[in-house]
Design a protein around this ligand. Sequence first.
Ligand SMILES: Cc1ncc(COP(=O)(O)O)c(C=O)c1O
Length: 494
Amino acid sequence: LTKTAIGDGALTLAPRTATPAYRWLCSELRAAILEGRLRPGTRLPATRDLALTYRLSRGTVVAAFEQMKAEGYVTGRQGSGTYVNTTLPDALLSVARPPRSPRRGEPSPPQAPRHLSAIGRRVRAFPAGASGPARAFRANQPALDLFPTTLWAQVASRCLRRTSADLLRGGSPLGHKPLRQAVADYLGASRGVRCTVEQVAIVSGVQEALDLVGRLVLDPGDRVCMENPGYIGAALAFDALGARVCGLPLDDEGMVLPGARQRGARLAYVTPAHQFPVGTSMSLARRLALLEWARKSGALLFEDDYDSEYRYSGLPLPALQGLDRHGLVVFAGSFSKVLFPSLRLAYLVIPVDLVDRVAAIKSAASRYQPLLDQAVLCEFITEGHFGRHVRRMRESYGARLAVLLESARKQLAGLLAVSPVEAGLQTVGWLERDIDGVTAAAAAARRNLEVIPLSRYARPPIAREGLLLGFAAVDVPEIQRGVRELAMALTRNS
Ligand SMILES: Cc1ncc(COP(=O)(O)O)c(C=O)c1O
């Protein structure tokens, strides 16, 4: 015995939305069938009754029923009733249903608790970056308004027009060979990195590099050393893997060496060219000592060379990787700071014996980076645009840094000692009065400024309170406004 849907009370449709009546009715009927409110074999109400109940034209209901028949949800002929199909294909029943909030009075269906892996429970999201137009002193961002977008678009469209079937087909997990070659040449000439093209891998940002390398060498519970304060992205990646992250303090020469408490560490993450976030360069003596520690302990060193293209004075210290004779260093650099962050392209230089392992883990995770993006970047580098852009930005950022240092010297004396960094896109201001970084940043935000308390990058206890000040993303007048406002914010709150 079949009951009609309306007689059964099963066909209670959600109130009509702005959707056209026909589409609304189809979607409600589908949902009622897929959610089991209209059981197989149930007779649908007569088109006339449905039209009356829901104030629809009869033609709309007939058309909706015809559509349901065409999709295989219902069967029947005009005049002899329309029934929910008794043999609904499995594929139909497993179609993802749009989430629907329970109607009033309707019990929510019982749900088994969701199982999550240890990583699934542990992983934390990368903190959302600042959004909206840049204000003084946005950190971690290049001058996006100075990026040559038109030029990039020209290179990209030329590249796309010439795309070969090979490029459309796919590529190696390690990336587009011509781009790997361009990166190897660039790193050899400008960073003193010693590698062949085979050792270069193209990845989706230093963030992916941290995850890939971490998964290659870390098991849950393993120790990994990093600078304290240090890069949040590295700590996130290693924490997610269940590693024990040991923050090591900094002195004038860079991160202090791991000691007995870090015995057995498998990995050490460092930013030798320009320590993140404090900005010091690791001394040659400390680099050699770190390499020696890695050689003796069997640990791998992860060298993050994230923004060393921008050096304003002094000689750039060649990469730690260039001093390594034993395959102890994985070297990573990113195009996020030199070009723009949403490009999501970065490179890894891998010790020879790890190349196949990196290729395997990269291919298991995402096969390879989008090839067309890599081809565009490759052209941008090989045609000389990359070098020109770096030189132009170095000039602009150098001028912006000089204004920041000079204005701070005059207006922030006794409040904030701004560190005269030699490289990068940001510097640190050390708080000189009895005010902590979080309070100072909140006071600055009330004056439309963006500063980041250094404590955000530190595992407690923090040795010294300070603020991270970006100088690359905004122009000179905004830096001058920033210093004036910051002076007022710190005076009133200390
Ligand atoms: C220390 C450090 N490393 C690397 C990066 C770049 O990361 P990604 O290449 O994932 O954008 C940043 C960006 O803020 C950084 O601050």
